[in-house]
Design a protein around this ligand. Structure first.
Ligand SMILES: Cc1cc2nc3c(=O)[nH]c(=O)nc-3n(C[C@H](O)[C@H](O)[C@H](O)COP(=O)(O)OP(=O)(O)OC[C@H]3O[C@@H](n4cnc5c(N)ncnc54)[C@H](O)[C@@H]3O)c2cc1C
Length: 335
């Protein structure tokens, strides 16, 4: 038995993309519900200072920024459900979103489930995130002016971030677990020829050390001692983990198109193959991955949803039947 909730717009995800969509949809007086997910407020809730979001001259704490966005959406009538969407059904004209035994039906859906940075999962890493360990060079590079730092990874994005970090850091050490980088030849040339970058191959990170801030890494050189590797300690002030991101799109497999990495593919600016289903933020945008770009696409998705709803012809029978039952009972037990 499912309990049915009927909405004009359901937003899945409550990071900058989802909350901006909710602000716009709410302000357009569309009955809007946000399913906030396992991380209400999104990725910025695990960072401290955000210095590049426009409008905050002195910077703002990530959690505070997201709390403000949520309150702004609530001010325009958006309702929140602090739970995960467990399944979707986009087969009919009315889109179905399941949250355990609750069924949300919506005329328009904005998917803003973001992407999660992959972490090393070594001791000390979680404790020191935001205290010297970061997953975003564009976001946090500025804090490491004149400092010695490392970056772990070997693909194009890791090398791009290593080059970016040379603007701030006094020295950047690229740590890579195998004997060859995966990145394109041109990126490799740029990195290998850069005077501030040193590459350490066949090196893995065993542990991040430091109480309240990162002080050193325990490294293993996997080439030596018949694979067991030689352990050393490497003093530094910052570590950037650039081993990839995983878009939160498992839910949409079989319904929406994705690229090889699982990022949703958009049609036009925010559309999908399914009318009334829109996409915003890091869940499709693997290139920019910033709060402001996520918020920008959240705005576009809500405006596109609003346009779509304006054009939607009144739906027939099935909806009217549901309305009759709802008149007698606030909620409906659906079959
Ligand atoms: C440590 C760190 C620091 C950063 N610092 C900055 C910075 O200083 N400046 C900057 O511009 N950017 C920064 N970023 C990047 C920025 O946080 C992201 O680009 C931005 O949050 C993406 O927004 P989004 O709304 O697309 O997704 P996210 O913020 O990832 O939000 C995704 C949302 O989807 C929800 N969700 C996922 N699955 C489900 C589900 N099944 N059901 C319901 N909800 C679901 C989650 O709960 C979450 O609320 C940083 C990122 C990290 C990790």
């Amino acid at each position: 038995m499912e309990q049915l909730h009927q909405k004009r717009v359901v937003v899945i995800g409550s990071g900058p993309a989802g909350l901006t969509s909710a602000i716009y949809a709410g302000r357009a007086e569309l009955d809007t519900t946000v399913i906030a997910g396992f991380q209400p407020g999104g990725q910025l809730t695990i960072t401290s200072e955000v210095e590049n979001y426009p409008g905050f001259a002195e910077g703002i704490q990530g959690p505070e920024l997201m709390e403000n966005m949520r309150r702004q959406a609530e001010r325009f009538g958006a309702k929140f459900v602090d739970d995960n969407v467990t399944a979707v059904d986009f087969s009919g004209p009315v889109h179905k979103i399941f949250v355990e035994d609750q069924l949300y039906e919506a005329d328009a859906v904005v998917i803003a489930t973001g992407a999660s940075a992959l972490w090393l999962n070594v001791p000390g890493e979680q404790r020191l995130r935001g205290r010297g360990i970061s997953g975003c060079a564009t976001c946090d590079g500025f804090f490491f002016r004149g400092k010695e730092i490392a970056i772990v990874g070997g693909g194009d994005s890791a090398l791009e971030e290593a080059l970016y970090l040379t603007r701030f850091a006094s020295k950047v050490t690229l740590l890579h677990r195998s004997a060859k980088l995966r990145a394109s030849r041109i990126m490799q040339e740029r990195v290998l020829n850069h005077p501030k970058i040193e590459v350490r191959y066949e090196t893995t990170i065993e542990e991040a050390l430091g109480e309240n801030k990162l002080e050193a890494l325990r490294l293993r050189n996997t080439r030596t001692s018949a694979g067991r590797g030689e352990i050393s300690q490497f003093a530094l002030e910052g570590l950037f983990v650039a081993i990839g991101h995983r878009p939160n799109t498992d839910l949409f497999k079989g319904w929406l198109e994705m690229n090889e990495q699982g990022y949703l593919i958009v049609e036009g600016e925010t559309g999908t193959k399914i009318p009334g289903v829109f996409v915003a933020g890091d869940v499709f945008d693997y290139r920019y991955r910033q709060a402001i770009t996520a918020a920008g696409s959240g705005c576009k998705a809500a405006l596109d949803a609003e346009k779509y709803l304006e054009q939607l012809v009144e739906r027939p029978i099935e909806r009217q039947t549901v309305r009759l039952v709802l008149e007698q009972n606030d909620t409906l037990l659906a079959v």
